[in-house]
Structures are given as C-alpha cells and as structure tokens.
Design a protein around this ligand. Structure first.
Ligand code: ADP
Ligand code: S3P
Ligand code: MG
Length: 240
C-alpha cells in the first residue's frame, strides 16, 4: 500500500490536480476542451485525454432516496491496470465482507452471452466500451465490491458514475503484471506486442487512475490476500 495517513489522504482528496476539490466536487473532464477533444474523449480515444478533473457527480451529496436507489452502492470500487488483481482482490474482499462481487467484465459477458474478446473482434472496442458503461451504471446501484475493467475509468461517464464512491487504485508494474496475466488472448488490447502495449496504455492511463483514486495500494510482490487486507485496512482507516 502507498500508505497514507489520514492527513495525506485528506490532502489527496483536497488537492487541486489529482483529486476531488475541497467541496468534494470534481471539475469537469471536458471543461475547456474543443468539441473534437470532447468527442474523442467520449469515443474512447485515450490519446486526447490527460486533462485534469472529471465532471462533478450528478448524485454527489444526494441521499439514497433522492438518487432513487434506496442507498445501495458499492463498498469499494477497484481500478487499475490489467493484471493488478482487481477481479481477484475484489472476490477476496467480497468474501470477507459477505458481499457480492460485481465485475464489469463478467457483467458484460453475462449480459451479452459473449466473451470480451469476441465483442472486441466482432463489434470493435467502441461497442465494448458502450456495454461497459452500461454495466457500471447498473453496478453503482448495487451493494457489493465493484471491480472495473482496466480501461473503464478512462471513460468519462464511468468517471462520473464513480465520482462519489470510495475508489481504490491497485498499482502494479510490468514486471509483476507480466507473469500474472501471461498476456494471453483473453485481453484483446494486449494480444499484439503485449508488453509494449501494456506499458503504452499505462503511460496514458496512470494520471487518470491517480486522479480518480482515494487510496492507492501497491500490489507488487504481495499476494492477493495481502492486497485485500491492505485495501480493507485503508478503508477502515477512514478513507471515504
Ligand atoms: N497480488 C497478486 N499476486 C500474484 N498473482 C495475482 C495477484 N493478484 C492477482 N493475481 C493473479 O493474476 C491474474 C490476473 O488477476 P486479475 O484479478 O484477473 O487482474 P485484473 O482484474 O486486475 O486484470 C490472475 O491469475 C490472478 O490469480
Ligand atoms: O485494459 C483494458 O482496456 C481492458 C481490461 C480488461 O479487464 P481487466 O483490467 O480486468 O483485465 C477488459 O475490460 C478488457 O480486456 C479491456
Ligand atoms: Mg479483471
């Protein structure tokens, strides 16, 4: 874990660039962008991203009743690179807490009856990203542990949907990610030149991951069980 004292965490939460504002309201990701940049961002072109901030959540500060969801929300949202262990640690946390694991990749697969790879190959990435947003939209109204796919937090609607939830970034470097995921074909974005592709994607994504995270837990050289313990401890320690 990048262990943060309550003060450091508060600093992160209050920071101008990299976290929510003092009011808890995050600035718009598209503020100040040209129409083209905005369109590229919505369409999933990560190259056009990198501006700071995301839109304030429409539901931030609302009661469960006002949101119309009875107050159900995930206890934690796990984000991070492929191979960070989001799905695995998510399952361990769900078991510990007696909650459901909601994994957006699994939700997309069960909703469509198709694998992520098939959706990418047959319909293209934008089709997958649209399904992913809908999976997150449904998931944020459910109690449980929410594990996102690695690319989900790059989508602006997803950033809005998770804006007022406790977000934990699971960090991992290429050295640990590589043996973990084996760079097989189940992750279509990594099917060609996987190590270079992983590194390129992470270079683009890291600033966004960091900005969205309330807590960062380093998973390198640690078992999934240790990581789950660190996440639970950080949350019990007063993270939002
Ligand atoms: N901390 C860890 N140490 C070693 N292996 C791990 C760890 N976390 C996950 N794994 C393994 O790495 C692989 C990828 O994990 P997964 O949870 O699917 O990652 P993600 O959902 O972040 O892409 C799985 O085989 C899992 O068992
Ligand atoms: O990084 C990405 O863009 C993706 C990560 C995958 O999830 P994991 O991060 O759980 O492997 C899955 O959503 C899809 O293959 C796309
Ligand atoms: Mg996963």
């Amino acid at each position: 874990m990048v262990s943060r004292s309550g003060e450091e965490r508060a600093a992160q939460v209050a920071g101008d660039e990299g976290a929510r504002g003092r009011s808890g309201v995050r600035p718009s990701a598209t503020e100040g962008m040209s129409g083209e940049e905005r369109a590229a961002q919505v369409a999933g072109d990560e190259g056009a991203r990198g501006r700071s901030g995301v839109r304030p959540s429409a539901t931030e500060g609302m009661s469960g009743e006002e949101r119309g969801d009875g107050g159900a929300r995930p206890r934690v949202v796990l984000i991070g690179p492929p191979g960070a262990g989001k799905s695995t640690v998510g399952r361990l946390l769900a078991e510990r807490w007696g909650l459901d694991l909601v994994d957006t990749d699994a939700e997309v697969e069960s909703a469509t009856g198709r694998t992520i790879s098939d959706i990418f190959v047959e319909d293209g990435e934008p089709a997958f990203r649209a399904l992913e947003v809908e999976a997150v939209r449904a998931a944020v109204r459910r109690p449980g542990v929410l594990a996102l796919g690695g690319g989900a937090p790059m989508q602006e609607p997803v950033q809005e949907l998770i804006a007022d939830l406790p977000v934990v970034l699971l960090e991992v470097g290429i050295a640990d990610a590589s043996p973990r995921i084996g760079f097989d074909r189940s992750r279509p974005l990594l099917s060609v030149n996987p190590r270079a592709q992983w590194s390129r994607l992470m270079e683009q994504r890291r600033p966004t991951y960091a900005r969205l995270a309330d807590v960062v837990v380093d998973t390198s050289g640690r078992s999934a069980d240790d990581v789950a313990t660190a996440v639970a401890a950080a949350l019990e320690d007063g993270a939002p």
